[in-house]
Design a protein around this ligand. Structure first.
Ligand code: FAD
Length: 401
């Protein structure tokens, strides 16, 4: 049995704890916030994310809280015309073996947290900000240690940095500076569903694409709220995370909108603003007995709606590769984990940028090229385009069965 230290108790950190515990190991999760919680708005989960949740034993609990989606709609933000729609109903669910669904972030985090609390091998420590790390990489049974901001010290056999896009573990491991703001500002609001007129409620994830901006909305929290986001390619380069934004400013920044997205934006209250960040893919995120996972390893723009799904996939692969591991095996097994995850996550980082530029925000000829490409695709053709992304990934050691 090994003892893992996990920095960060978000979606990736808690899922790591479950995966390593079910591989027979002991885990200590160190979370900076004074309690384990997820704030924020909605999140989309594709079938590959549900497949990972099933492996972690929480798929059922998340499905019970999720709102199933029937269609992913792409609309013209100015004319209001439908550009394309990907049906994600029965046929899609049969093909990919799982639904496409939306949840409030807490509806993903809470089942993971509850499952961790039920497992004796997992110790959850809140109010523990990882502020330093060291490892003995040379000795066959070398140890890692972390220190917290309030001076406590923890020892283990390995350290997983699941501390998000501004990972402190990554900063010390790779020293590659902060993530890059990508020049897009996102405004988000959550509307109580009773404030949304019937004709504006839909079982689809609907995205209104305009020149250099888009608006997206879907229903979350078991139907109780509508998640609304409006994104503008405004060149913003100062990293901002969740700062309150004024309603009139939001409305003024999206002047050219068809009636439906306009009406939804007008309903928005308590807006918050982010400036989106990501990183270029890297070849390495492991050194000795320290590795990274989720946004700490491969932060991506949210345009492919895969960041959390990829964190979940990481944890399943890590757990499978560490089954039966001894402390001496760790450096080699962690290198295999990184190798198994590198290519797929790098591709999604790159594609997420392209989805923003080529599908959601194109202008003029580029927008017409998008419409010409998407228009003729059949339902199966659309599903073929998504198959590489939404198909459940093989688990190491089970590829042939
Ligand atoms: C606007 C937006 C929309 C998105 N939509 C989707 C979507 O639809 N589908 C999808 O799959 N993904 C989506 N994502 C991406 C998804 O939110 C992230 O990929 C996911 O949260 C990554 O999980 P994580 O555990 O790696 O990091 P995080 O969720 O950031 O968790 C990191 C945790 O580490 C803690 N922490 C930080 N520093 C320290 C420290 N030094 N010591 C201890 N703890 C620390 C934090 O408090 C936090 O709890 C979206 C992202 C954004 C910004």
């Amino acid at each position: 049995m090994i003892h893992s230290l996990v920095a960060g108790g978000g979606i990736g950190g808690l899922a790591t704890a479950l995966s390593l515990a079910s591989a027979g190991h002991r885990v200590t999760v160190l979370e900076r916030q004074d309690e384990f919680r997820e704030i924020g708005a909605g999140i989309q989960i594709a079938p590959n994310g549900f497949a990972a949740l099933d492996r972690l034993g929480v798929g059922k609990a998340v499905r019970e809280r999720a709102v199933l989606v029937e269609e992913l709609r792409l609309m013209d933000a100015i004319t209001g015309e439908r550009l394309t729609a990907v049906p994600v109903g029965d046929r899609y669910r049969r093909r990919f073996g799982n639904p496409y669904a939306v949840v409030h972030r807490a509806d993903l985090h809470t089942p993971l947290l509850e499952a961790c609390r039920l497992d004796d091998r997992i110790r959850l420590l809140a109010g523990a900000e990882v502020a330093g790390q060291a490892q003995d990489a040379e000795a066959a049974d070398g140890r890692v240690s972390v220190t917290t901001a309030d001076g406590r010290r923890f020892e283990g056999d390995l350290l997983v940095g699941a501390d998000g896009i501004r990972s402190a573990v990554r900063a010390r491991l790779l020293g590659d500076g902060p993530p890059q703001p990508n020049g897009h500002t996102i405004y988000r609001a959550l509307l109580p569903i009773e404030e949304v007129p019937d004709h504006l409620r839909t079982g689809a994830v609907t995205l209104w694409a305009g020149p250099d901006y888009h608006v997206v909305h879907y229903i979350v929290a078991g139907g109780a709220s509508l998640n609304l986001a409006a994104v503008l390619d405004d060149g913003a380069m100062e990293a901002v995370s969740g700062r309150p934004a004024d309603r009139d400013t939001v409305l003024a920044r999206f002047p050219r909108l068809a009636a439906t997205p306009r009406a939804l934006l007008e309903l928005g209250r308590d807006w918050r603003r982010w400036v989106l960040c990501d990183r270029d893919p890297v070849d390495r995120w492991t050194e000795g007995r320290i590795t990274l996972l989720g946004d700490a390893a491969h932060p991506m723009l949210q345009y492919a709606a895969q960041g959390a799904c990829q964190a979940l996939e990481d944890t399943v692969v890590l757990g499978a590769l560490l089954a039966g591991a001894t402390p001496a095996d760790l450096p080699e097994r962690l290198t295999r984990y990184e190798a198994a995850r590198r290519e797929r996550t790098a591709r999604i980082q790159t594609v997420s940028r392209r989805v923003g530029a080529e599908l959601y925000h194109p202008v003029g000829d580029a927008a017409r090229a998008r419409d010409d490409l998407l228009g003729p695709l059949t339902e199966d053709g659309l599903h073929d385009q998504l198959a590489w992304l939404h198909t459940a990934q093989p688990v190491p050691g089970e590829e042939n069965g």
